[in-house]
Design a binder for this molecule. Structure first.
Ligand code: OXD
Ligand code: MN
Length: 592
């Protein structure tokens, strides 16, 4: 299928290791994909949904032990432990290759090996990169064909180059005890065994586009970040782009597809989605930072998605979408999940494949849920009503602002601007977020998650911080401005103070005005904050005093926060940029 010597050599090696009965190269042609869908329906791997209501859509159920990313079984196998750093699991590459080969050896026997050439980013874009994934799962092939650009065209642009990522996925027995998701950054290689859950097996996504790519970006002078990319069009038709990083469960997909409040829509404001999860960013010829979304679809969390919370995400799932671990409504042969609407289906099958009894549904007991809390939709980006014109162009969009954020009931104000790039890097490195009831473990515990990259940085995070600082030196005065937001402040009764969702546009407008020097701010110890009158509250039922309460800097709480950070940063030892220590000292002095 290709004359590329390095590709053919690797395919020969993995064929010998895995012993498939048959090899099928994915060409990207619809006819081939349709044949695979039919095969998967015949075997029960996919369920075809109502062709009139959900054309081209399918449902898949994973094993019950295989429903999420497994951070404790995810390894960065760099040559030294030091290069993986204190935030990653590490194993010696030689040892890990041996272990994984032993697990995967012969596991394709009686099965087909699918070879998927894929491009992260529009095919041929100077910002894109190529990968080849082998898998024994049709579900993986069909998801990859939505989430990335696949097929012969990718091999054509790769030509004879050796600059491509090797991805080996073997389903094996879906044995959680032998499940490993391993990245070998120095070898451009990923091996994933004993899982079939998207985040572990769609190797273009977290494994390549974040873990391997962050390492490549460090070596090659660019950045791979866990960020959405969003375009904001003002009434004059001018478009400005922002990139934003948040830990999971902080509404990245919602912000990426935001619908502005009516008074702004009436004025002519529009929002365009470029990406909802990952941004690859490089310095362009004009010296500015340009971003592409390397993905071609959305792998979104279904529960909670509805017409109000995210109209555009829901619209994206109406055709050619694969649903995983949601409920099947037998009356209509469509899908349902908690939070879709108030009409609990009367005749449904839950995500485990059992008859679902709506009368036993208890919000407090996840065992009674119809859909798994981490059930997903894999939807083509072209389905999104607000997809940006720039999404498929490959030139990238110039980034005016970078936004960090987390879920903090107290402390972090609604928004503030860092004092400069280096201080913004410190703000990103300080990101922490409270755990929610949606995840196992204690609720409301603050966890550090620098740049929302904790599970995704493919090298020593101390070096990653330094790489951010170095990028700022190269960007100079063309660097995007860096901000921090917190949509999740609560009052003493535990109610959210800020309405969030579409109203976050009011904060984005202040951010863009700051980038253009058009908005006022007050300087505080932590950065520049808007005055209450700088945030437009038209049509919003929130008074000035309330807004003031989420735009204040609590000196004692911030001093304690700086002490906590000092402790956290200790783990990076001498790889922690000296600037961070100085900034903490400065902030503490200014808080006094
Ligand atoms: C994540 C995701 O886990 O995007 O961050 O699925
Ligand atoms: Mn993500």
């Amino acid at each position: 299928m290709t004359t590329n010597v390095t590709v053919n050599q690797w395919i020969k090696e993995v064929t010998e290791l895995l012993s498939p009965d048959k090899i099928v190269w994915i060409t990207g042609e619809e006819e081939q994909l349709e044949g695979l869908r039919k095969t998967a329906v015949a075997s029960g791997e996919l369920i075809k949904l109502n062709e009139e209501l959900l054309p081209g859509c399918y449902l898949h159920r994973t094993r019950q032990n295989d429903v999420a990313r497994v951070e404790d079984r995810t390894f960065i196998c760099s040559k030294t432990k030091e290069n993986a750093g204190p935030t990653n699991n590490w194993c010696d590459p030689k040892e890990m290759y041996q272990k994984l080969y032993d697990i995967a050896r012969g596991s394709y026997r009686g099965r087909t090996m699918y070879v998927i050439p894929f491009s992260m980013g529009p095919i041929g874009s100077p910002l894109a990169k190529v990968g080849i994934e082998v898998t024994d799962s049709i579900y993986v092939v069909l998801n990859m064909a939505i989430m990335t650009r696949v097929g012969n065209k990718v091999l054509e642009v790769l030509g004879d180059s050796n600059d491509w990522v090797r991805g080996l996925h073997a389903s094996c027995d879906i044995d959680p005890e032998k499940r490993y998701i391993c990245q070998f950054p120095e070898d451009n290689t990923i091996i994933s065994v004993n899982s079939a859950y998207g985040g572990n097996v769609l190797l273009g996504k977290k494994c390549f586009a974040l873990r391997i790519a962050s390492y490549q970006g460090w070596k090659e002078g660019w950045m791979a970040e866990h960020m959405l990319i969003l375009g904001i069009e003002n009434p004059k038709g001018e478009k400005k782009y922002v990139a934003a990083a948040f830990p999971s469960a902080c509404g990245k997909t919602n912000l990426a597809m935001l619908i502005p409040p009516k008074y702004l829509r009436d004025k002519g404001y529009k929002v365009w989605t470029v990406g909802d999860d990952i941004a690859w960013m490089r310095i362009g010829q004009d010296g500015r930072l340009y971003a592409i979304n390397p993905e071609n679809g959305f792998f979104g969390v279904a529960p909670g998605t509805n017409e109000k919370s995210n109209f555009n995400a829901l619209a994206s799932t109406k055709k050619n979408t694969i649903f995983t671990n949601v409920a099947l409504d037998l009356d209509t042969n469509t899908v349902w999940w908690e939070g879709l609407n108030k009409d609990l289906p009367k005749n449904a099958i839950d995500w485990k494949g059992n008859k679902w009894d709506a009368s036993k549904f208890d919000k407090a007991n996840k065992d009674t849920y119809a859909a798994h809390p981490n059930s997903r939709f894999t939807a083509p980006a072209v389905n999104c009503p607000c997809i940006s014109d720039e999404f498929d162009k490959g030139a990238g969009v110039p980034i005016s602002a970078i936004i960090f954020g987390g879920r903090r009931a107290k402390l972090a104000p609604l928004v503030y601007q860092s004092k400069n790039w280096a201080n913004g890097v410190f703000v990103g490195a300080s990101v922490s977020s409270e755990t929610t009831a949606a995840a196992a473990g204690a609720v409301g515990v603050v966890r550090h998650d620098p740049m929302a990259m904790l599970p995704f940085c493919g090298y020593n995070m101390g070096d990653y911080f330094q790489h951010w600082l170095d990028m700022g030196k190269k960007l100079g005065d063309k660097a995007p401005k860096i901000f921090n937001v917190n949509w999740f402040r609560q009052d003493d009764e535990g109610n959210f103070v800020w309405p969030g969702f579409g109203d976050n546009m009011r904060v984005l407008n202040w951010i863009l005005d700051r980038c253009e020097g058009k908005a006022d701010a007050v300087e505080t110890a932590i950065g520049y904050l808007p005055r209450p009158e700088d945030i437009d509250l038209t049509d919003l039922d929130i008074d000035r005093a309330t807004l003031e309460s989420i735009l204040a800097v609590d000196k004692d709480a911030w001093t304690a926060e700086m002490d906590g950070l000092t402790e956290y940063f200790k783990k990076f030892g001498d790889r922690l940029p000296k600037e961070f220590t100085e900034m903490i000292a400065n902030i503490k002095a200014n808080l006094k």
